[in-house]
Design a binder for this molecule. Sequence first.
Ligand SMILES: O=c1[nH]cc([C@@H]2O[C@H](COP(=O)(O)OP(=O)(O)OP(=O)(O)O)[C@@H](O)[C@H]2O)c(=O)[nH]1
Length: 652
Amino acid sequence: MVLCPVIGKLQHKHVVLASASPRRQEILSNAGLRFEVVPSRFKEKLHKASFATPYAYAVETAKQKALEVAGRMHQKDLRAPDVVIGADTIVAVGATILEKPVDKQDAYRMLSRLNGKEHSVFTGVAIVHCCSKDGRLDTEVSEFYEETTVTFSELSEELLWEYINSGEPMDKAGGYGIQALGGMLVENVHGDFLNVVGFPLNHFCKELARLYYPPRPEGLRRVKHDSIPAVDTFENLSDTEGGGSDPGPSAEGGRGGEEADGDRSQAPGALDAALNGAESRPPFPTGLLELMDGFKASKVLFTACKLKLFDVLKDQGPLKAVDVARKLDACAGGTEQLLDVCVALGLLEKTHRGYSNTAVTTLHLVSDAEHSLLGLAEYNDAHVWGVFTRLGLAVREGAGQARGALGVTEEEEHLSQSREMTLQFMRAMHSLSKLTAHHVATAFDLSRFTSACDLGGCTGILARELAREYPHLQVTVFDLPEVIELSGGFQRGGRQTERIRFVPGDFFKDNLPEADLYVLSRILQDWPDDRLHKLLSRISSGCKPALRKTTPVPDLLFRTKARARAESMRAVLQEVTVWPPPSWGPVSCSRDLFPGPVRPSTTAAPPLGSEPCKLRRAPPSGVPKRPFLFFFFFYLNLCILFLEYSCFTMLY
Ligand SMILES: O=c1[nH]cc([C@@H]2O[C@H](COP(=O)(O)OP(=O)(O)OP(=O)(O)O)[C@@H](O)[C@H]2O)c(=O)[nH]1
């Protein structure tokens, strides 16, 4: 089903997108267009000074990209596709054109030019209709451009370099990606957002409508000025065009135009019916459909990780599908499909040289990357996936499903916890903590504490970060004996630094190490309320009495979120500090730790009469200071935590 009937017009045609840009592929496939991707080999080296305007340059480049692909495909098979789409996005500061940066310095130069100012983003688009006759290629080119103006905030050098070092700018016009981290640099956008991302979908649909539905006779015209084609185009939704290569639209009244007119003149009554139907149609439930299919995307990611696809591409890419298949010892067809889905999901890039990792993949899905999340992917695939398939049972029975997923009884459970499973869990926590630990450790000013105990501290990543950040803090990592035994394998420079010690024990049974700050990071969601009450009461009595009586500063309990992004993490902590709602469980501060029964995630903190810990620093300048974003982050995280808490307490 496609929302836009003009897109449906292309449904039975062989459409080629002459672009390697994953963003363009995503925008067009999200719009329901089916197409083949054949990246253009046209070198973007037109002489800029010879164009009167920056957009003329972008349009010409887009046209040359599309024509190169049409010509190459025609030469190869003596049969061109029906339609080739080319696009080119540039940033213009006055008359100066910025394309993709060639290196970090170049990215810095570009971003500095844009800093604190307004600029234009132009995307030129060419739609080339092809026709192969007697071995000859005929083309008919429609072209247009779209302009969007973007204003950057005043950004510090530090932030620019942090952004450049994220790797994001390198394949983006002007050196930023508005759809991702680069969005934080942008204060204002005027015009079509998707145009900045790389493809002006709205203008494209209008152009198709113009091409495929030439103006109709006055009497029959319905007036609706809208981005998506004029409503008088709805009558022809079900037409079945052959896959021929004759150009659909034609200024002289080509096939597409004749069809449309023919239908119109036949059935104006049917047109009205169709129109009424169209108007009463409900809004397209995009979010819902994404939820329906979200699990497929996760499984694709897990499968690619399991096959070590990203490692292969990191070391040897770009590679063609057959070569990847050989290296993975997998079927060529299946591998190609997996690779293409990864491209669609933005995990890989595809060019004529083959498939290669994207910047994010290189950072997080390669085994030996500093911030690899492979451990988390492996654990979610091997364990969490199975448990979540039993969610229905959990709801019906009101019982945890972890054992069921393993296929073991309560008695066998302990035995089934193999060393490998423990390691798998530790790898997951380790990789996630590496991302979040610094942000957790620096979110609050903890300098007044002299000893901290990280309960369930696993491999000690947060402990290290706390010790690094607070030179007077002694940190104890307290975890199960089997975890402590294995944690040595995760330490690069030796497990024990002077101020960190690892203590084995069970926090439900054994004496807790003394400390004046206890940290519960990703712990609370794992247990039912009665156990949590027990744990929190034990912490309360273990807390140094002197400190409890005298300090005006709250002890602090906090736990991190599963998908805490750095910015949102800080924003949430800030939000909580500024406005601690009583119902907020995830990050809670209190002076006396839980004197009475508590329900950690819902009524965790007793009245917060005590002064909460102050945020140590202001949010980084990259975090927008606008209140709505704070609220967005706040609610986003609240939702994630609620979901996590509910699911975990139900399933485990
Ligand atoms: O905010 C954003 N701005 C721009 C982009 C991406 O930048 C590139 C622009 O480069 P170009 O138009 O030359 O396209 P290529 O990626 O080289 O692919 P072709 O094969 O079509 O030449 C484009 O990918 C935009 O999507 C962005 O992502 N965000």
